[in-house]
Structure formats: structure tokens, C-alpha cells
Design a protein around this ligand. Structure first.
Ligand SMILES: CC(C)(COP(=O)(O)OP(=O)(O)OC[C@H]1O[C@@H](n2cnc3c(N)ncnc32)[C@H](O)[C@@H]1OP(=O)(O)O)[C@@H](O)C(=O)NCCC(=O)NCCS
Length: 228
């Protein structure tokens, strides 16, 4: 994915982690004024918005779940993979991104007990169509695992696509899922090494359904009366 500005210099590293402050890591220094910084931040926001739209299209979502404005209001981390090889007139290009964040969730263990946990969640993941199945997704995912210091089986995945399920099975041998009543998918081993649950809940009464604290980004509306 190409942009009409110097992506290469803007992002600096091969994989850049961006948080809610949306600070582009590249091109810092005494020569750069506040106006420059605003320009660079605007460029970063453009990249995030365009990637978010492309991801939504690839997943047939009604609207992007990743955008610069959403990044500013959530404690998510966006890992952006840039292309070091393709140099379009010194501009560089973006290969894809991976968005993660911690969420408080109620998740069922193998025995059907509800556990209140706060795992790192895979929230959005996209590699440009022309570059899928070339190992870029694995490169990006590996980088995220190292920087976040988590093991693949400790993750919760927000409504994974079939491609992502294949990806996780192939690269991380994640296949046995623990069924949930929400849209998050977790795998065998999640509770074995997960940091201790925040709270183990008493068995639920038959008529009440336990919901995740944090609704998935993929759901637009909160049910009436829902409080967090
Ligand atoms: C899921 C995704 C991020 C993986 O990135 P990637 O760069 O293609 O992954 P890698 O090249 O590192 O790994 C390739 C493996 O991913 C899985 N995969 C990737 N594309 C696939 C496809 N079209 N169909 C089935 N599996 C696919 C396969 O396991 C594949 O291995 P294989 O080619 O030997 O079958 C990428 O395919 C993508 O952006 N898909 C569209 C958006 C999406 O579904 N995102 C997940 C959001 S929940």
C-alpha cells in the first residue's frame, strides 16, 4: 500500500508500534518544529485510516474497526510492517498491520466455569492482498509476541476469520478451541499459563447470560441497559 509521502522515513523501523499518542518514531530531532510534528502525525493518521479501511474490506466488515480516531480513544497497540525493499521514488510502502489490546472478558474454561480475565487480544490483522501468504503475517505476529512478551496460547482472538484460524494453526499449532459464549476465541492452554484470573465467578443462574465486559470492536451497538 503506497502513500504520497515518505513512509520509509516516517516510520523508521521495519515494524513500528504505535499507541494512542500516535507519535511517528522516525524523523525526530532538533531540526523538526511543532508544525513538522503535526504534519507527520497527520501522515501517520492517514496510513492508519487507509489500512483500517482495507482491512474492513478484506473481512467484509460494514465499517473499519481500526482508525486513527479509535486509536486515540483506546489503549490499543498497532504494529505496522513497512516494506523496506519496494522503494517507489524514495517513498516506501506499507505491507500490513496487527492491532492488539488488553480487554477484560468473561471466558469459559474447559469445565464451563466463568473466569474474569484480562488477556491480550488480537483485534485486527491485515496484510495487503498482493502480499498474503509470503510470510509477512508471521513476521509481524512474531514481532508482536516478542515485544508484548506473550505466548500464542495466552491470546484471545476477536472473531477470527478463516484465514487467521489457518494462520494460527499453521504457525503456532493452535487448533483446539475452548468454546465461548462471546465472539472471542481462545485455545487449549489458555488457562494453564494465563496470569491468574482476575476473579472466578460463582456458577451462573440458568436464566442469566454472562457477557464480556468489553464488547468486541466488531459490534457497533451496545445492548440496552449494558454497563461497563
Ligand atoms: C490472516 C493474514 C493476516 C495472514 O497473513 P499472511 O501474510 O497471509 O500470513 P503468512 O504468509 O505469514 O502465513 C500464511 C498462512 O496463513 C494462512 N492463510 C493466509 N492466507 C490464507 C488464505 N487465503 N486461505 C487460507 N489460509 C490462509 C495459511 O495458513 C497460510 O499458510 P499456507 O499458505 O501454507 O496455507 C492475511 O491472510 C490477511 O490479511 N487476511 C485478510 C484479513 C483477515 O482475514 N484478517 C484476520 C482478521 S480476524
Amino acid at each position: 500500500m503506497e502513500f504520497p509521502f515518505d513512509v520509509d522515513a516516517l516510520l523508521g523501523e521495519r515494524v513500528t508500534a504505535v499507541d494512542q499518542h500516535l507519535q511517528p518514531p522516525g524523523r525526530r530531532g532538533p531540526g523538526y518544529t511543532a508544525a513538522h510534528r503535526v504534519d507527520l502525525q497527520q501522515q501517520l493518521m492517514t496510513i492508519i485510516d487507509e489500512m483500517g479501511k482495507a482491512s474492513a474490506k478484506a473481512q467484509n466488515l460494514p465499517a473499519p474497526i481500526t482508525s486513527a480516531s479509535r486509536m486515540q480513544t483506546n489503549h490499543h497497540v498497532l504494529y505496522i510492517l513497512k516494506d523496506n525493499e519496494v522503494k517507489t521514488a524514495g517513498k516506501g510502502a506499507i505491507i500490513g498491520f496487527l492491532k492488539v489490546g488488553y480487554k477484560k472478558l468473561f471466558l469459559l474454561d474447559r469445565h464451563g466455569a466463568h473466569n474474569e480475565v484480562e488477556p491480550l487480544c488480537i483485534l485486527d490483522f491485515y496484510i495487503h492482498e498482493s502480499l498474503q501468504r509470503h510470510g509477512y503475517g508471521k513476521e509481524l505476529f512474531q514481532c508482536m509476541l516478542q515485544r508484548e512478551r506473550v505466548q500464542p496460547h495466552q491470546l484471545a482472538v476477536d472473531r477470527p476469520s478463516e484465514k487467521l484460524l489457518c494462520f494460527l494453526r499453521k504457525h503456532y499449532n493452535l487448533q483446539g478451541t475452548i468454546p465461548q459464549v462471546n465472539n472471542f476465541v481462545i485455545f487449549e492452554g489458555f488457562f494453564a499459563e494465563q496470569h491468574a484470573p482476575v476473579r472466578k465467578l460463582p456458577p451462573k443462574r440458568a436464566e442469566e447470560e454472562i457477557k464480556p465486559y468489553s464488547l468486541t470492536d466488531r459490534e457497533c451497538k451496545r445492548p440496552q441497559g449494558w454497563r461497563v
